[in-house]
Design a protein around this ligand. Structure first.
Ligand SMILES: [Zn+2]
Ligand SMILES: [Zn+2]
Length: 286
């Protein structure tokens, strides 16, 4: 069973990746949510180059990735979930939910800690947002997330199946919720109680720091509501809002692969992280 899982893991992942990517790319092309500021032609080469680099680096350093770690934990009977003695399907579901909570907390941490924000801000420096933004992460951030995930898997010991389901799901929902796909408002209103929708995650890519520091969830929208980081809509509206970071605006830095890889090493970690604000929320005195 574990051999089959490991052997098929890359194929399952790649299959879902290309399938969902093509589906979302077509959806945004046919029914876009917003008009395009900076088009695909200037942004896509860099965003696609970075996902190729990320995949190569991960495969090179951690060939069996998180599923391998989960199989190891399973074989040694490690982790808190083992103590529960739940039926297999219960542990799989709980494993997916807890991994999602861990990713939410990790995302908050990447915004709060200045050194981590340097890495994560490459994701946010994209000058527009679409399906390719969902896979645009700095290789060092990808490596760091994998190490954190190893730690979480080691402590929780979720079934290997839930790790594979979670990773495929995270990849798919990330492409979905970064996409520029149009979803009718009444549908979005219902959908965002169950999954993070594009309109919900787009708020997180606003140039306004109080909007950037909200909606950290990737799969389940409940964590933001539970922990008080939920924000329904961008103040300027989805068509009026500016995407990106106030201090990274030039195309050379934000969308060329060389510029993107250098973003963690440039300038100060500036005004988005914990306790650093140049201006307060709208109408506030600070
Ligand atoms: Zn973020
Ligand atoms: Zn994002």
């Amino acid at each position: 069973m574990s051999e089959t899982l490991l052997a098929n893991e890359p194929a399952v992942r790649l299959g879902f990746f290309f399938g969902i990517f093509a589906f979302m790319a077509l959806w945004e092309l046919l029914w876009p949510r917003r008009g395009r500021g900076i088009g695909r032609r200037s942004r896509w080469p860099g965003n696609i180059a970075v996902v190729v680099i990320d995949t190569a680096v991960l495969r090179l350093l951690f060939p069996t990735a998180a599923v391998g770690m989960a199989l190891f934990a399973e074989s040694r009977d490690l982790g808190l979930l083992g103590l529960l003695q739940w039926p297999q399907w219960g542990s799989v579901v709980l494993g997916v939910v807890l991994l999602d909570l861990a990713i939410y907390l990790q995302h908050v941490m990447f915004h709060a800690v200045p050194a981590f924000w340097r890495l994560h801000r490459m994701h946010h420096a994209d000058l527009d947002i679409d399906v390719t933004t969902g896979v645009r992460f700095h290789p060092i951030e990808i490596l760091l997330s994998m190490l954190i995930k190893f730690g979480v898997i080691f402590m929780l010991g979720p079934p290997a199946a839930s790790v594979l389901i979670f990773e495929v799901l995270l990849n798919a929902t990330s492409m979905f919720n970064h996409s520029n796909a149009y979803i009718p408002l009444p549908v979005d209103r219902v959908l965002r109680w169950f999954v993070v929708t594009p309109d919900m995650h787009r708020v997180h890519h606003s140039v306004e720091d109080y909007e950037t520091n909200s909606n950290f969830g990737f799969n389940l929208p409940w964590w933001d509501r539970l922990f008080g980081t939920y924000r329904g809509q961008p103040r300027a509206g989805h068509d009026g809002m500016t995407i990106g970071l106030s201090s990274f605006r030039d195309e050379q830095t934000c969308v060329s692969i060389k510029g993107m890889l250098m973003i963690p090493f440039r300038g100060r970690s500036e005004d988005y992280v914990i306790n650093r604000r140049s201006h307060g929320p709208p109408g506030g005195a600070g």
